[in-house]
Design a protein around this ligand. Structure first.
Ligand SMILES: Cc1ncc(COP(=O)(O)O)c(C=O)c1O
Length: 347
């Protein structure tokens, strides 16, 4: 039975790789979430005082705080790409920031605040041309559209399987072996080593060297089922349906006076989310009322991206998130509910 579990875990690992279009010769490290995958990289890379890590002002705390810690521990420097008022990725500003001192570029492929995506292939290429390695936080991209790591040629790619219909508590890190081999593990112990004596440990090659302790094998095996299911639907179809629903809701909300949509306005540029505010109302009130009057579950607040909101002096926003199982009928019901909230409560 134990061997069967091990085989199934390895099959799940392979499925994660094939789902992402990763070269089979590279590694998929199983983590407990996307946050752990990013921490593993930030704390495991050989960075030294003065090295520069480039992120942006719209990163999730998971791609922000680990670098802050490395800054304190190792004296690295950090640079931030600003998001312009259009909400779109500023490629020229990015190019000007990727200088020779930049050793790592780490950006969300699709951010969870505005929903905008970066031109990932170009971003990776520019980083490589300058000698930097590039990690993408794929937490919001991989669930919503096809990802092809081979084409992207990205060095490291972090995802959350629980955002892809999988069981909670499973993430993964794709990494090129030549980079992973040089990284220190974040968590060490049983399962990560081939042999130890009282003073030394011989670490296994990637991915096992990063997977000390028992894996959440039930979750990992369940993740494969989720990916098989998503793969059966097809990520192009997932993307298309999500966009249809997003278009419909955006069209409805744009026509409500008291609703302000955070840029970019074009739903095609916003992936699967719709961030908005209602004049005179806190985003938390909007979310609670929508839950009560329409059983519409949305998120409110700063979405773990505090620097983005703080620098713009916005308290946060309400954010509707769509997936392929949402229907046009649900979209229409949601718009009606927002209309009702606007006419009753918004000032
Ligand atoms: C862009 C982005 N990165 C990272 C994360 C963190 O994911 P996890 O909770 O799996 O660590 C999230 C979660 O919402 C996210 O939206």
């Amino acid at each position: 039975m134990a061997t069967t579990v091990s085989i199934k875990v390895e099959e799940a690992r392979e499925r994660i790789g094939s789902f992402l279009g990763a070269p089979p010769s590279d590694s998929i490290v199983i983590t407990k979430n996307c946050t752990e995958a990013i921490n593993l990289v930030a704390k495991g890379l050989e960075l030294k005082r003065g090295d520069v890590v480039l992120t942006s002002d719209v990163e999730h705390n998971s791609n922000h705080i680990p670098w802050m810690q490395v800054q304190k521990a190792k004296g690295i420097r950090r640079r931030f790409l600003s998001t312009p008022s259009s909400g779109e990725f500023d490629i020229e500003a990015y190019k000007s920031l990727v200088t020779k001192e930049v050793k790592v570029v780490s950006l969300a492929q699709t951010n969870n605040v505005t929903g905008a995506s970066i031109p990932a292939r170009e971003v990776v290429e520019i980083a490589h041309d300058s000698g930097a390695i590039c990690m993408l936080d794929g937490a919001q991209a991989a669930p919503h559209r096809p990802v092809d790591i081979k084409k992207l040629d990205v060095d490291l790619y972090a995802i959350s399987l629980h955002k892809m219909l999988g069981p909670s508590g499973v993430g993964a890190l794709y990494g090129k072996n030549e980079i992973l081999k040089k990284m220190d593990p974040l968590v060490t112990g049983g399962g990560a080593v081939s042999l130890t004596d009282l003073d030394h440990a011989e670490f296994l090659p990637p991915p096992e060297r990063f997977e000390g302790g028992l894996l959440n094998y039930a979750g990992v095996i369940g993740s494969k089922a989720a990916l098989d299911y998503l793969g059966g639907i097809g990520m192009e179809s997932v993307e298309e349906q999500t966009r249809l629903v997003n278009n419909r809701v955006t069209k409805g909300l744009v026509s409500i006076d008291k609703v302000e949509i955070l840029a970019p306005l074009d739903p095609a540029k916003r992936g699967s989310i719709l961030p908005f505010n209602m004049v005179g109302m806190s985003s938390h009130d909007v979310a609670m009322i929508l839950d009560e009057v329409a059983s519409a579950l949305i998120r409110s607040g700063m979405h773990c991206a505090h620097p983005y909101f703080q620098s713009r002096k916005i308290d946060g926003c309400a954010r509707a998130s769509f997936y392929f199982y949402n229907t046009i009928d649900e979209a229409d019901r949601f718009v009606k509910a927002v209309e009702k909230v606007a006419s009753t409560f918004s000032m």
